[in-house]
Design a protein around this ligand. Structure first.
Ligand code: HEC
Length: 278
C-alpha cells in the first residue's frame, strides 16, 4: 500500500508544481488547484474485508440475540414483517436488506446483497459472474474478490454460513425453499459487496463503516417503530435488556452498544493498521 500512496503523493506534487507554474490567472483561487489529494491507503479488498467482518458480527448478533431470544419471548419475526397486517420484526436476511437499502440512500457508493444458489426467493439466486464465483466459494469456503466487467464494479463475495440451528430449520421447512437438506455449518449463500473504486482514502474507508452502521441503526429503528405500533399483540417494553428478560425488545442504543462491544475495537484496529504515518 505504501507504493500506491507514494505514487499518489508524487503525482499530487507534480500536478501541484504544474498548476503553480501555469495557473493563478483570471482571479481563480490559487489554493484550490494545489490542495493536496488525500492518499488512497486501502485497496478495495482491504476495505471489503473490514466491512464484511463488521457485517458478519452484526448479523450474528441480530440473529441470535434479537431474533433467537425474541422468538422465545413471543416477539414474532416474519418475511412479511412490513405488511400492515403482520405484527413482526424482520428476519435476518431482511434486516440485511434493510441495511442495504439504507446504504443505497447515502452518497457512499457501496452495494450489499445476500444471495444463494438454492434460495427461498428467486430474486436472491446468483446469476452470471457471481454464480461462477459462488461455485468457487463452495469449493474453498474462502471469499472471492474480482472486477465485474459487466457492472464495472469491484466485487467481493463472502460465504454466509449456517451458524445457528434456526438458519437450517427455517430454510429446510420453508414452503418456497429450493433445498430441504441444509445442515449446520453449510455455506447457505454469500454476501456480495460492490464498490466502484479499486482503492480508498482513509476518509472513504471511515465513511463506508459509518454508512453501514447508520444503515443498521435506521433499520433497527424501523423495526422498533413496527413494534411500537403493535395492535393485536401487546406492545413489548422497549428497554436496555435482552428479550430473555421477558416480553421486551432491546432499545436501539442497547443493541448498537452490544454490536460495538462485539466488533468496534476490532474494526478500529483493522483500520488503524492502514494509517499512513510516514
Ligand atoms: C425464520 C426463518 C429464517 C431464519 C431463522 C433464517 N432465514 Fe435465511 N431467509 C429466510 C427467508 C424467508 C429468506 C428470503 C427473504 C427474502 O428475500 O424475502 C431468507 C433468505 C436467506 C438468504 C438469501 C437466499 C435465499 O434463501 O433467498 C440466505 C443466504 C440466508 N437466508 C441464510 C440464512 C442464514 C445463514 C441464517 C442464520 C444465520 C438464516 N438465513 C436464518 C428465512 C430464514
Amino acid at each position: 500500500m505504501k507504493k500506491i500512496s507514494l505514487l499518489i503523493v508524487f503525482t499530487t506534487l507534480v500536478a501541484g508544481a504544474f498548476f503553480t507554474s501555469c495557473g493563478g490567472g483570471g482571479g481563480a483561487d490559487p489554493f484550490a488547484e494545489t490542495a493536496p489529494t488525500e492518499a488512497k491507503v486501502l485497496s478495495v479488498e482491504d476495505a471489503f474485508r473490514i466491512i464484511a467482518h463488521e457485517n458478519e458480527k452484526t448479523r450474528t448478533l441480530y440473529t441470535k440475540k434479537i431474533v433467537g431470544l425474541g422468538k422465545t419471548a413471543g416477539i414474532g419475526f416474519h418475511e412479511d414483517w412490513e405488511k400492515a397486517d403482520v405484527e413482526a420484526g424482520p428476519l435476518p436476511a431482511l434486516f440485511l436488506r434493510g441495511t442495504s437499502n439504507e446504504i443505497q440512500k447515502s452518497n457512499v457508493p457501496l452495494g450489499l446483497y445476500l444471495g444463494s444458489d438454492f434460495p427461498i426467493v428467486k430474486a436472491n439466486k446468483f446469476t452470471g459472474v457471481q454464480a461462477e464465483k459462488f461455485e468457487a466459494i463452495r469449493e474453498t469456503a474462502e471469499p472471492e474478490f474480482f472486477y465485474d466487467e459487466e457492472n464495472e464494479l469491484y466485487t467481493a463475495m463472502f460465504p454466509d454460513f449456517a451458524g445457528a440451528a434456526p438458519c437450517v430449520s427455517c430454510h429446510n421447512d420453508h414452503p418456497n425453499t429450493s433445498k430441504t437438506d441444509w445442515a449446520l455449518g453449510d455455506i447457505m449463500g454469500a454476501t456480495t459487496w460492490t464498490y466502484p473504486e479499486d482503492s480508498l482514502t482513509m476518509n472513504e474507508t471511515l465513511a463506508m463503516v459509518k454508512v453501514y452502521r447508520e444503515g443498521v441503526a435506521n433499520t433497527y429503528e424501523t423495526f422498533l417503530q413496527e413494534v411500537r405500533a403493535f395492535k393485536e399483540k401487546d406492545v413489548p417494553e422497549i428497554t436496555g435488556k435482552w428479550s430473555s428478560e421477558g416480553y421486551v425488545v432491546p432499545a436501539k442504543d442497547f443493541f448498537l452498544e452490544a454490536v460495538n462491544e462485539e466488533v468496534g475495537a476490532e474494526t478500529f484496529k483493522e483500520i488503524m493498521a492502514f494509517v499512513d504515518n510516514i
